[in-house]
Design a protein around this ligand. Structure first.
Ligand SMILES: Nc1ncnc2c1ncn2[C@@H]1O[C@H](COP(=O)(O)OP(=O)(O)OP(=O)(O)O)[C@@H](O)[C@H]1O
Length: 233
């Protein structure tokens, strides 16, 4: 039996009320073991970002439950959920979330500080992560001095450096050319092998889907082909 990192039971998320209500997700029950590269695909509006937000505890389901390492997110206090997000989950979102006044290296270090990593490790972990994403010489640059793809790689470096057990990534290769995107996915695979982390990412790129251990497809807010409850891992 593999250890489950994440599990959802009958997740449902409805936005708005009455006639204007939109059901963004329903019946989503998935089981995510440790040490996997998982892809979430689906058309625009199918619910991918909504699901990532629920898995990361950034939003709450209308019905159902998310379990992180067997603990129900809804049963945690707000401060416990914040701690979980800071220390146990890495986010690579489309807005990158970089601080404009901080350099690339300072942005990565700030992530390490939030994640509770000992100060003595900040410099070495930051240098290693920036090197891995090909930004070894860009540490002193601020976001506005970097291209979209470089900012995206900086956000990836920040997530990897903290070595959380779960990384949630919303189209982390969208700003990258095919070759660089391929390198990042190879890096994800290496990181999974080395650190045992799980990376769940959305993508539209078929080449990346090929590299994944599992692909979930969302259609109109449901996992296509049912959920993974019955799937053997
Ligand atoms: N805060 C919100 N209020 C109302 N409706 C929302 C909200 N967030 C998402 N939705 C709706 O929920 C559905 C799913 O949106 P979501 O952003 O999860 O899709 P997605 O698959 O990530 O799309 P994309 O690939 O374009 O990012 C859409 O119909 C969207 O309009």
């Amino acid at each position: 039996m593999e250890t489950l990192l994440l599990e959802t039971k009958q997740l449902k998320r409805v936005f708005g009320h009455g006639s204007g209500a939109v059901t963004a997700l329903q019946d989503v029950s998935i089981k995510v073991p440790k040490g996997r590269l998982l892809v979430l695909k689906g058309r625009s509006g199918s619910g991918k970002t909504t699901l990532l937000n629920l898995l990361g505890g950034l939003d709450r389901p209308t019905e159902g439950e998310v379990y992180f390492e067997q603990k129900a997110l809804s049963k945690m206090s707000e401060s416990a959920r914040t701690e979980l997000r800071r220390r146990r989950i890495g986010f690579i979102f489309q807005s990158f979330g970089l601080f404009p006044l901080l350099s690339a290296a300072e942005n990565v270090e700030f992530g390490l500080r939030l994640a509770g990593v000992a100060r003595s490790e900040w410099k070495s972990r930051t240098a290693e992560a920036l090197e891995l994403v090909g930004l070894g010489k860009r540490g002193s640059h601020r976001p506005f001095e970097m291209s979209g793809g470089e900012q995206q790689r900086c956000a990836i470096a920040r997530a990897l450096a903290a070595r959380p057990p779960l990384i949630l990534a919303d189209e982390p290769t969208a700003e990258l050319d095919t070759k660089t995107g391929g390198k990042i996915v190879a890096l994800f695979r290496e990181w999974i092998a080395k650190e045992g982390v799980t990376i769940l990412m959305t993508t539209h790129d078929p080449a990346i889907m090929e590299a994944a251990d599992d692909v979930y497809e969302l259609e109109d807010g449901r996992i296509k082909g049912g959920n993974t409850d019955e799937v053997e891992h």
